[in-house]
Ligand binder design. Sequence first.
Ligand SMILES: [Zn+2]
Length: 259
Amino acid sequence: MGGDSTPNQDGQAGQTVKGCWAASLGDCEGKISREHLVSQALFPDGNITVSGLHWCKDGPKTVGLASLTGKILCRKHNSELSQLDTAVKQAFESFDASMQLFQVRSKLKSRRWTIKTFTIDGKLLERWFLKTLINLSHDGPRIIGEGSHPAGLPNDELVKIAFGRAAFREKAGLYTAAHDGEQVTLRQGLSLTPKTIGDNLLAGMFSLCGYRFFLSLLPETFKEHQGSHLMYRDVHHWYAPRDDKGRPVRSHRLDITWR
Ligand SMILES: [Zn+2]
């Protein structure tokens, strides 16, 4: 990586394209174009509900993803992160398939199922949440992550993590959030509630397809957030439709793994 200082199409040196949030990687290429902040292909008619960011100060705001655009990354870095959208699309399909299987099997009321397993790549999902958190708060008044670097930008370590060139430290990263007895209902769209301390944006609570995730940019362990249990990284969601006597019978599981 880096080391390439040949002028790109814009005639700028390759290292830093102004306005690309990944400029600290030192290998920007190509112009900055206006892109969707959250890939529209993921939510064809989708909305996003966000509270607490600079463009929705007066409470939660729901907007169509199609209208959410910004100049955030150079061409090279934008295309490098598009693989994360593909991974998230696969995650959606697994969420969707496991919910549908639950509904089908609930109607059949069997006492015994052939257990099926759906697997989601947690590493890529975690990086997608990080990129989305950065995209949506880029250019805003908060410092993204720990540190005292300029507001509206992530620190250098977070940029490397988003691009898979470094790992989160200790217990920073993705947690699954759940209440006791929470029923997941599949819903279109995405919501984000950022968590800030002082001037720093340090976490985000997301809801994606009805599942809730907490992305922490801090190394300490979190067990609970606003009444939800938080489970760090690897999780196995069991689905257990009820049989004809009303007893839950394990049918299939959805694994989010970091291996
Ligand atoms: Zn760049």
